[in-house]
Design a protein around this ligand. Structure first.
Ligand code: BEZ
Length: 218
């Protein structure tokens, strides 16, 4: 095996355990798994401090911090910047946007965490992280991944919706259909046996399309 191939780390994927790490953040040194505790986590990377699109994203995450907390979800950001840069940018965002950033920002100057999570996409940039979102559940399993390029800000409504959909699916043993929003009908998992086919036929309360597609209210 060549040096290059041995150094390539597979990017974490849905279903993998979130790689653990210790890092310096704006809220002190953390060991990720301990900091997570029993909560859900949105671990996100932004390309760089003091950049316009990232500023809008950090401010919006901050405004929604309580909404995420209600979903037992902690936020944590990361970029390949120093702790001094993160601290200065926080202060600047307070001045220019009147926003306090309540969640920690990881200072990843040595790219340790960015490499561990595959946040650097060299075709886009070899020196900054793209806009990644890792949704990690309380068992530390990666449940969803979103990647955005450098020049397009994320859709925060979608990130919140994704967490609500995952938590609703877990709590009720269901799936969620296209463009699902809380309060709308959910999808009954398709049957795997003839008994399950018969069981679904017996439900007069289901919105029934065929044996494999049934929707119901929660
Ligand atoms: C931005 O956040 O505005 C940005 C950062 C890196 C590249 C392009 C845009």
């Amino acid at each position: 095996m060549t040096e290059t191939t041995t150094n390539i780390r597979p990017m974490p994927r849905i279903g993998d355990i979130a790689p653990d790490f210790t890092a310096i953040t704006t809220h002190g040194e953390i060991t990720f798994s301990e900091w997570q505790g029993k909560d859900w986590v949105v671990l996100f990377s932004h390309p760089a401090d003091f950049t316009p699109v990232c500023s809008t994203e950090l401010a919006d995450f901050a405004k929604r911090h309580q909404d995420f907390a209600k979903k037992k979800t902690k936020l944590i950001g990361l970029s390949i910047d120093s702790i001094h840069s993160h601290l200065a940018w926080r202060q600047n965002l307070k001045q220019i946007m009147d926003v306090e950033i309540p969640y920690p920002l990881i200072a990843d100057l040595d790219m340790k965490v960015a490499s561990l999570y595959g946040m650097i996409h060299p075709g886009e940039s070899a020196t900054v992280t793209v806009r990644t979102v890792f949704v990690i559940d309380p068992k530390r399993t990666i449940r969803a991944l979103i990647y955005y390029p450098l020049n397009v800000g994320r859709n925060m409504d979608e990130i919140e919706r994704l967490i609500t959909a995952l938590q609703t699916a877990d709590a009720n043993g269901v799936a969620t259909p296209v463009n699902w929003k809380p309060g709308e009908k959910v999808v009954v998992p398709p049957p795997k046996t003839v008994d399950e086919v018969a069981e679904r036929e017996g439900h007069t309360d289901y919105e029934r399309y065929d044996f494999y597609l049934n929707k119901k209210d929660l």
